[in-house]
Design a binder for this molecule. Structure first.
Ligand code: KIV
Ligand code: ZN
Length: 522
């Protein structure tokens, strides 16, 4: 029997933390469900102490998602660990991931306060004690405790080994060795893992985990070097999203282990046929596009264009392909979606795209689908994704668009009239602008009596042809909050209005939350 490598996904924590957009609980739940389909072993669902929304998302995922262990992150402080314990209380297999800086740079930079000691030597003693206390406290909530030694890639090795030994003695069952800044190179990182394996006396009681960042484009190579030297858990994100240049892309790590099984001799429990779907879902919900040339899941990863390649490929696929697209869930055949496609067909396609909807959500999506299908001959996957973005926001809608009229033309002053439903009451207003979109935004600001600043405005045709769906995303800023609003329609002005209103709804919900939060501070 070959050995197994545990796959730890941190798309919803390290990945989402870095994205410009924050996901709502329901969006996170969709991704978590898809990760369970992919059969990752551990889902790091969030950092509960960072915000009430993150805590709620971890709680929801812990309650709803079966299969993988559900993990929550904390710093080595009691308040964070208690937040993890509470958020994970309903999880079938809870894991707490706690840890602290281990390099001199982190210790001196992040723990400057004298209560951590005056000299580096004093601080190191204190940090080690905090690590031990954190692991002990986490063990009161679960037997599955992972310890991270942040910035291990730049740490003094002797101190790191001492810290890891102490963490195991305190009850850690997994040791995460993060190359937090993506500083190491494969040989060096591999050597660090080997040193840990050979020199930490109690290492037999823990699994070594590798967590690499991509600042030098080496995250996947470093991860594999770690595995070759004894790590048996790999951490990463779908599409490699994450802080700065991102984390190791899980699809690349897993497919390297799988495709080169002859070399590594290791297995994972992953179902690779779910990779493409998962990649699409993460990209769609976070609004981070996958580059066409991205390994494994990029749109060009399995296309051949030069004459020599095409000729060779057509004669014998293996001349230019080392993996089969169907093994990654990249389906060559296509079912055309039209107004005659029933609910069943729609549900099936949505599932293929990674969206599992409850019946009421499906009913709403079906209504929107029919409206689009009536205007277009064929509804493409991208159209569906744009529709779903409109439907899956879990926010209460303070503002709802009732009516929109635009007056515009080559010699007319663009004028927009809008009617909104605000908490059930209809309100109407009009404004002129530099163009129809500007007029709509001004009319919406007037009617809602808000003063959000439009930071960015982006439009893209999600499918081709003059009847294509347009998807608009805007970034709005007000009272220190910055949010992303999205809207889709075959009419780009309507899509703009929807995106602006979506943003205003998010701002309204954030300011409501911050009022509640500040009211509850003693
Ligand atoms: O990169 C890192 O060090 C991390 C830890 C918090 C695990 O993400
Ligand atoms: Zn990280």
């Amino acid at each position: 029997m070959s050995e197994k490598v545990v796959v730890f996904d941190t798309t919803l924590r390290d990945g989402e933390q870095a994205a410009g957009t924050r996901l709502g609980s329901r969006e996170k739940l969709m991704i978590a469900r898809q990760l369970a389909q992919l059969r990752v072993d551990v889902i790091e669902a969030g950092y509960p102490a960072s915000s009430p929304e993150d805590a709620a998302a971890v709680r929801l995922i812990a309650e709803e998602v079966e299969g993988p262990a559900i993990c929550a992150l904390s710093r080595a402080v009691p308040v964070d660990i208690e937040a993890c314990g509470q958020a994970l209380s309903k999880a079938r297999r809870p894991r707490i991931h706690t840890g602290i800086g281990s390099s001199d740079i982190h210790i001196l930079g992040k723990f400057q306060d004298e209560r951590y000691g005056r000299t580096l030597a004093e601080k190191k003693v204190k940090i080690l004690q905090m690590a031990v206390d954190a692991v002990r406290l986490a063990r009161q909530y679960t037997d599955d405790v992972e310890f991270y030694a942040e910035d291990a890639g730049r740490a003094d090795t002797a101190y790191l080994l001492e810290m890891l030994e102490a963490a195991i003695d305190a009850g850690a069952t997994v040791l995460n060795i993060p190359d937090t800044t993506g500083y190491t190179v494969p040989e060096q990182y591999g050597c660090l893992i080997r040193t840990i394996r050979e020199q930490v006396p109690n290492i037999g009681r823990a699994t070594i985990s590798v967590h690499c960042h991509d600042d030098l484009g080496l995250a996947v190579s470093n991860t594999l070097a770690g595995v070759l030297n004894g790590a048996r858990q790999v951490e990463g994100t779908i599409n490699g999203i994450g802080e700065r240049a991102g984390n190791a892309a899980l699809e690349e790590v897993v497919m390297a282990l799988r495709t080169r099984r002859d070399y590594f001799g290791l297995d994972t429990g992953i179902d690779p046929r779910e990779f493409y779907r998962t990649s699409r879902l993460v990209s769609d919900l976070l609004g981070i596009k996958v580059p066409p040339n991205k390994a494994i899941v990029g749109s060009n990863a399995f296309s051949h264009s030069s004459g020599i390649h095409v000729d060779g490929f057509l004669k014998e696929r293996e001349t230019y392909e080392i993996m089969r697209p169907e093994d990654l869930g990249i389906d060559q055949s296509r079912v055309v979606l039209t107004a005659r496609t029933g609910r069943h067909g729609l549900r099936d396609r949505l599932q293929k795209l990674g969206y599992t909807l409850a019946q009421p959500e499906l009913d709403k999506a079906y209504e929107r689908f029919l409206a689009v299908a009536d205007k277009k001959q064929e509804v493409f996957d991208e159209d569906l994704v744009a529709i779903l973005h409109d439907e899956i926001h879990s926010l209460p809608e303070t503002y709802q668009l009732d009516y929109l009229h635009i007056y515009s033309g080559t010699s007319a002053i663009p004028t927009a009239t809008v009617r909104l439903r605000i908490k059930g009451e209809a309100r109407e207003g009009a404004a002129i602008g530099d163009g129809p979109v500007d007029a709509v935004c001004k009319a919406l600001s007037a009617v809602t009596q808000t003063s959000a600043r439009l930071v960015t405005y982006e439009i893209r045709a999600v499918t081709s042809g003059t009847e294509a769906m347009g998807e608009v995303s805007v970034q709005l800023e007000e009272a220190g909050f910055r949010v992303q609003g999205r809207g889709a329609s075959t009419d780009v002005i309507e899509a703009s209005a929807k995106a602006y209103i979506d943003g205003l709804n998010k701002l309204a919900s954030l300011s409501r939350k911050s009022n509640v939060d500040s009211a509850s501070v003693p």
